[in-house]
Design a protein around this ligand. Structure first.
Ligand code: ADP
Ligand code: MG
Length: 289
């Protein structure tokens, strides 16, 4: 394609709500055969709600919510916001730490409190009572995400959060497949929740429980297998993978880090923008091989 055709293409993109970093981006867009979709905030709204708090015997529900909410108040994660927003007056926290893709910790009222995924708490040597293990299993089977809150040596509450599918995600996946792309769902969340979302949007390939620092390796591995990979994401966690992908697409509703790392921004935060981008690239470059 001539430089002029490419400029016209990027201009059309702007009308479609596609912010394209440079005309050359359309070339990689055209060649993509695999599209990796982040789950939370990309396929789903990324606005979690707290559904339920299940406590271990002898633990007060309100106390669990106060302690977990206090430390989550200091985190930006969608899970954290769902929990923290239920408190009007969070208690002060010291020694706050964010453990990316795992959870958060801090000291509240002299207690060291942890809130995060079960596997992380286990590696810290914190016990998880059977009642909470089975509560977690049930919630995850329903497609929800569970945060365990632990203090004084063990997990004491399971906080169940849920996210909603973006209404346009399923239709966008249908169109991406029609364009010949293979969609893959990639997430740090648990396998059951990931499968639940994948089934709703009809994605057969799921890669779950991937730590933030390992998302980029998933992209590299696909590229080593000869795939030309697009990645769509919204989070700080997704930035390295977006930069590694042959085509990085950021949700316009996402973080600045994701947008800065991407080649193309879907301004409306709608996955259908990825479909528009590929159609536009093929149309613009259709004249050349
Ligand atoms: P995703 O890839 O879906 O955006 P992340 O990599 O951010 O997910 O997080 C993966 C998992 O780590 C979450 O599902 C959750 O179990 C745990 N986690 C991350 N941050 C927090 C937090 N602030 N509080 C509790 N759990 C967290
Ligand atoms: Mg995300």
């Amino acid at each position: 394609a001539t430089p002029t055709a490419l400029m016209v293409g990027t201009g059309r993109g702007a009308h479609l709500g596609l912010l394209i970093r440079g005309p050359e981006v359309l070339e990689s867009t055209r060649r993509v055969d695999t599209i990796v979709l982040d789950k939370t905030g990309t396929v789903t709204e990324g606005r979690m709600r707290l559904l339920e708090v299940i406590t271990d015997e002898g633990t007060d529900r309100e106390e669990a919510l106060q302690l977990a909410g206090a430390i989550e108040h200091a985190s930006e994660h969608p899970i954290a916001r769902a929990i923290a927003e239920t408190l009007s007056d969070p208690r002060p926290v010291s020694d706050f730490h964010n453990h990316a893709g795992r959870g958060v910790s801090g000291v509240v009222d002299g207690n060291e409190v942890f809130a995060g995924r079960a596997t992380w708490l286990a590696t810290l040597g914190l016990a998880i009572p059977d009642a909470l293990v089975s509560a977690q299993r049930n919630a995850e089977a329903a497609g929800h995400t569970v945060v365990l809150a632990a203090w004084s040596g063990q997990a004491r509450a399971a906080l169940v959060v849920a996210d909603a599918l973006r209404p346009t995600s399923a239709g966008a996946v249908v169109d991406l497949k029609r364009l010949g792309l293979t969609p893959i769902l990639l997430t740090g969340d648990n396998e059951a929740a990931a499968q639940h979302i994948a089934a709703q949007v009809d994605i057969a390939h799921v890669i779950a429980e991937v730590h933030p620092e390992d998302k980029v390796d998933v992209i590299k591995k696909l590229q080593a297998d000869g795939k030309v990979v697009a990645m769509v994401g919204d989070g700080v966690n997704d930035a390295a993978a977006l930069a590694q992908a042959d085509l990085g697409l950021a949700m316009g509703t996402g973080t600045d880090a994701a947008i800065a790392a991407a080649d193309l921004t879907l301004v409306k935060g709608d996955l259908r923008g990825a479909v528009d981008a590929i159609r536009l690239a093929r149309k613009t470059l259709g004249t050349i091989k």
